[in-house]
Design a protein around this ligand. Sequence first.
Ligand code: UDX
Length: 458
Amino acid sequence: MTFKKNILCIGAGYVGGPTMAMIAYKCPQYRVTVVDVNPDRIAAWNSDDIPIYEPGLDELVAATRGRNLFFSTDIETGIRENDIIFVSVNTPTKAFGLGAGMAADLQHWEKTARQILEYSQSSKIVIEKSTLPVKTALAMERILNCRENGICFDVLSNPEFLAEGSAIRDLELPDRILIGSRETERGLKARQSLAEIYANWVSEEKIITSNIWSSELSKLVSNAFLAQRISSINAISALCEKAEADVTEVARAVGMDSRIGSKFLNASIGFGGSCFKKDILNLVYLCRHYGLEEVADYWDSVVRINDYQQERFIRNMLAAMFNTLAGKRICLWGFAFKSNTGDTRESPAIFVARRLIEERAEIVVSDPKALKNARLDLAGLGSKVDYVEEAARAAEGCHAIALLTEWDLYRHLDFQAIFDSMSKPAFIFDGRNILDHRRCFDIGFNVYPVGKPPLTHF
Ligand code: UDX
């Protein structure tokens, strides 16, 4: 069978995998291949146990794999046989050298660009899909256009805005698709070619275009704005706890102003995930690079409040539990950075677990999807960590429960039975404000929500 377009994605992670599955699903006339350097990951994509937990993804893969969606480790053939190449490799924060802890580590990106250059035998459209620092496309172009053999590369920026846990819905019904390109004749043609792919299921007015730098920057700024809302409400949650106000009531009243809106105003233990912190630090680095110290400090404070919120959670636990956690057994409900994912990257739970161990507590980690990652994150913390998948069983014999991920299942447990099985006085620290606090209090728990007065029996 001949396909109308042959599309490659380099990088089979949280963005590449689901995005390509959606394209393959919506466009049976295109052949979509996903390649990755990691053979285990590719083997998993080709098995019944795909490497990412994402609601609805199994079904998409089942419908398309082997039909027009293929997973392979053969990057060379992939590059040779496809004209449209998405690059979705990871760009973690740099851990070494200049910009360590702030700038993006672009080594995988550069390696990928060099592979594209080496194996290409015809012109290609190369699409940045990873979140990248502004002007990465320029670096990409410089690498890709350094040969003069008639093969041309058009670099586009097409940031992905999907959120984990709702990736399939976000891909199917995106708020917008953004395509940045050079404003040259070639650039505009490449832009059109990519827009055609999305037009198979996204309405025209949602496909917007811009220059390439605006597109790259928009992704960083979107994430910075979202994270800023969380840090804003979390900062207010600290004030609410002192002022005996209720942050949920404040957020509701504030969010009903249509200019502000109600989303992303849930006070919590802090944001996690692979994007927010990394992208803000990137933005801060960029501002400092241009000498914009005040702007850099402004965005940096979003990350600082997030760190503060996590440390505050531990301090509240300490204060509530008579200033010592040593020898106490504390159950963590949830380890993923949010519900409906097994992803634990930058999860506040990692910080909480480490701090509790520092305070010499014993911890029991529980999560319906993230225990495998939790074990990796906490490797080396020794025998003071137990892993128990089932929430009620994890709490048995514990002095306190710290709810860290907003999994729906935690709302529907038998709290009387859980209370009966715990050491007394029993505490609940609800880092997501999802439990029925009054009911837990009536059962006998001492309840500490975020940004609300605690309900205690003392
Ligand atoms: C985010 C962006 O939403 C997405 O557009 C971008 O493409 C990638 O980064 P993601 O990190 O998957 O997506 O999850 P998101 O739903 O944004 O949540 C991020 C963190 O903020 C989670 O830890 C979440 O629990 C927390 N959060 C979110 C809050 O604490 N309060 C809120 O009100 C909302």
